[in-house]
Design a protein around this ligand. Structure first.
Ligand code: C5P
Length: 225
């Protein structure tokens, strides 16, 4: 949308799961569909933003009209985000694996007939949100994280915002009974420096539109770069 409230703005959106290899044919993943990140990228595009969409192997197709950067692992996702900077907004909707397999095999692992199962060792992945939120020079003026929790959603999100030093946390309940992960709707709570805002349950596309509008409004009050 030329002349939209986000025209001239560059937004980086991460989305989808990451895949962390065990060997060349096996990986560890999670149940993220990429639906909320995809809806967000589309809503930001619709307000005129230039969107760099850094996506793991999601089950929903990426939106049109954005630059799609496909990655598999958390480390590839961090590198792609860093390459896409600078940006006015960085929005981290991806469900990044916290750990990767430290002893990933270079060749497909085989049963050796001994009946012994292989042991996987894990090592922590880089935290992309925290890395970008804690950049000095070149930090996007608005850094937004998501918090998928299964219990005490708000308290965890408040703590997460402080720990990662992002500007907003968009928190949601992904417990199995919420039906959010992979489902069509979401109920989010937004935590920023001003406090907490609870939004009712609504379609993910509507969450995305409202968030995009809130982003546009906030950017307009920040100094123009
Ligand atoms: O710590 P937790 O994974 O719950 O934090 C969620 C937020 O942090 C999300 O915005 C997610 O995209 C981001 N994140 C990240 N890199 C990681 C882990 C989480 O960017 N390694």
């Amino acid at each position: 949308l030329a002349g939209g409230p986000l025209s001239g703005r560059h937004v980086i959106v991460t989305s989808g799961p990451t895949h962390e290899p065990i060997d060349p044919v096996r990986y560890i993943a999670n149940r993220s569909s990429g639906a909320q990140g995809t809806a967000l990228a589309a809503a930001l595009r619709d307000l005129g933003a230039r969107v760099s969409f850094v996506t793991g192997p999601a089950s929903v197709p990426p939106p049109t009209g954005v630059e799609v950067i496909r990655v598999e692992t958390a480390r590839e996702m961090l590198a792609a985000v860093e390459a896409a900077l600078p940006a006015d907004v960085a929005l981290f909707a991806a469900a990044v694996a916290d750990w990767r397999v430290a002893n990933a095999a270079g060749q497909k692992m085989k049963k050796d007939g001994s009946g012994q199962a292989p042991a996987l060792a894990f090592t922590e992945n880089p935290d992309i949100l925290a890395t970008v939120a804690q950049m000095g020079q070149g930090r996007p003026p608005l850094v937004i994280g998501f918090a998928a929790e299964t219990e005490t959603v708000e308290a965890h999100a408040v703590a997460k915002r402080a720990r990662k030093r992002c500007d907003w946390i968009v928190a949601n309940d992904v417990s199995p009974e919420s039906g959010v992960m992979g489902g069509p709707e979401n109920a989010v709570t937004i935590i920023d420096a001003m406090g907490t805002e609870h939004w009712p349950r609504m379609p993910k596309a509507e969450v995305a539109e409202r968030l995009a509008a809130r982003i546009a409004k906030t950017l307009a009050t920040l100094e123009t770069p």
